[in-house]
Design a protein around this ligand. Structure first.
Ligand SMILES: O=P(O)(O)OC[C@H]1O[C@H](O)[C@H](O)[C@@H](O)[C@@H]1O
Length: 535
């Protein structure tokens, strides 16, 4: 049995460090005292510059955190993931999303032992990845060249929705297919209904995206889309002009279930791709249709560059490691319960939703990989909205509320193709907010007083291009891995989600029988109220 993170000597040293040096630490004061602070606590990683210097840490904090990572065997755990070991222990699966963006020859990692000594099954998986990628990109190019297809409707939820949605939105300046994209996820019929009211069967391509091909919401939406398609001139006959065969594609690991549904055009992937890590796989087809094969490959290349950085950079200069350890420091030693994501970019408006699944579904756990209860807090609440909108909503609380909430600013140096002057204003606002959080407003009347010393990180991309976006997302993936590895949890399962799914099935069945025996009074009362015609 391995030791848990809070039983290590490094944990104790960090707790002491907090009490002795950091409980009353002031970020702005340390900038005055330490001219090295900015350079020590910022770094350039592939495509992403990170300024971590406005955080409540010093280089010594980082050293102690790295000692913690060593004691928690982070490097060995990282090696296991990159060797294709079953790191998703409860489901006996590997987590090889990194393989989806590795070039056939190992790319930037080709000299590394993890590639030169790659086990045969992983090498074979890499071949399959590229065969499937080639097929997916060929299909994407085919669809792009079909002028009669004007609308692409992606039906999927969770990992089969958020990744493609965030990327298609983010790369809107790179979308040159001339098609409209619709992402339908919610089982609320209004979402699908609105989309269907705006499209026509002969000009629409439906992508049914579901790793399992059993997720209730996706199945119901897909069935309703199919029914609508057939009722509006579509046909089940493959040779018909407007056939299901030409207008429905399944993206799934469950080819059989897709075939039973009646979709024979399927792009597959593998059980070692976690749902929330799947945008790089066939689940990325809407992205590939939107931006084309070259840009999709650039997205993969950016992510691969971050993979190589994560594998090869020393821990002290390894951005996913530094940011993951900062999360541990804030959650477990400073006691901060949430983190605010503030992308100063309209393109990244859905990033927070994506990160909520990535972080909270991965690390919202309470036992370790050996099933032992954890004595420490895990995933913080991740929330936020794009700037500058957030400034006019919740930033008040960030500046003057009683809780300290670390903020993560994400900004772009280049402003894309529209209205450059706006971009300058956007950037100035982002930097000013980070400054305001740190310096506060002292010597003022009580209502104007802002305490300052409120921490933030600042991530800067050159521009929102496919490679930079790929690197940014991979950075977050690996950061989540780092945090999970230190906590000793399985970041790749999500048993909590299953509970609600099971109960929804149970309530639906009870509703049929009008049987509420053994159900708590509130739940039964609500169900009766929903069913009753006369309330
Ligand atoms: O892709 P699917 O199998 O349809 O799964 C979609 C989603 O379902 C569940 O809610 C899981 O918690 C998610 O991790 C997953 O991404």
């Amino acid at each position: 049995m391995s030791v848990q993170c809070n039983e290590t000597a490094a944990w104790e040293a960090l707790a002491r460090h907090y009490q002795q040096d950091m409980a009353a630490f002031d970020i702005a004061q340390d900038f005055s005292a330490n001219p090295q602070r900015l350079s020590a606590l910022s770094q350039q990683a592939p495509y992403v510059f990170a300024d971590l210097s406005k955080n409540r840490i010093t280089s010594h904090t980082e050293q102690l955190l790295i000692a913690l990572a060593q004691e928690c065997r982070l490097p060995a755990q990282r090696e296991r993931m990159f060797a294709g070991a079953p790191v998703n222990s409860t489901e006996g699966r590997a987590a090889m999303h990194w393989l989806l963006r590795m070039p056939r020859d190992g790319g930037l990692l080709r000299e590394q032992a993890l590639v030169t000594a790659m086990a045969a099954p992983v090498r074979e998986a890499l071949e399959e990845v590229h065969d499937t990628l080639d097929a997916m990109l060929a299909l994407a190019e085919q669809v792009r060249a079909m002028p009669h297809i004007t609308d692409v409707v992606n039906i999927g939820i969770g990992g089969s929705h958020l990744g493609p949605e965030v990327v298609v939105n983010a790369l809107e300046d790179w979308c040159d297919s001339g098609k409209r994209f619709h992402f339908v996820s919610n089982v609320d019929g209004h979402e699908l209904g609105h989309v269907l009211s705006r499209v026509r069967p002969h000009s629409t391509l439906f992508l049914v995206a579901s790793k399992s091909f059993t997720t209730a919401e996706t199945m119901l939406n897909a069935h309703s889309a199919r029914t609508w398609f057939l009722a509006n001139g579509g046909s089940e006959d493959d040779s018909a002009e407007c056939a299901i065969a030409d207008h429905f594609v399944a993206l799934t690991t469950n080819v059989q279930a897709a075939a039973q549904f009646g979709i024979h055009r399927t792009l597959g992937f593998w059980d070692w791709v976690g749902g929330r890590y799947s945008l790089w796989s066939a689940i990325g087809l809407p992205i590939a249709i939107a931006v084309g094969a070259t840009h999709f490959r650039a997205l993969l290349a950016g992510a691969h560059a971050m993979d190589a950085h994560f594998v090869t950079a020393p821990l002290a200069r390894n951005l996913p490691v530094r940011m993951g350890l900062l999360d541990i420091w804030y959650r477990n030693f400073q006691g901060f319960g949430s983190r605010c994501i503030a992308p100063y970019s309209h393109g990244l408006r859905r990033l927070t939703a994506y990160l909520q699944q990535l972080e909270m579904e991965s690390n919202g756990k309470q036992v370790d990989t050996q099933g032992r209860p954890l004595g420490v807090a895990t995933s913080a609440v991740v929330w936020g909205e794009p700037g500058t909108n957030g400034q006019h909503a919740f930033f008040q609380m960030l500046h003057q509320g009683q809780d300290v909430i670390p903020v993560e600013f994400i900004a772009l140096r280049g402003g894309g193709k529209y209205l450059g002057a706006h971009h300058h204003s956007l950037l100035v606002n982002a930097v000013a907010q980070a400054q305001a959080l740190m310096v506060g407003r002292k010597n003022e009347s009580s209502e104007k007083y802002c305490p300052g010393n409120r921490p933030s990180s600042f991530l800067l991309l050159q521009q929102l291009d496919p490679a930079s976006l790929g690197a940014l997302i991979a950075l977050y993936e690996h950061r989540v891995f780092v945090t999970g590895a230190v906590w000793g949890i399985n970041s790749f399962d999500q048993w909590g989600v299953e509970l609600g799914k099971g109960l929804a099935r149970d309530l639906a069945a009870r509703q049929e029988r009008d049987d509420w025996q053994g159900v708590d009074a509130s739940t039964a009362g609500l169900m009766r109220r929903l069913i009753a015609a006369d309330i």
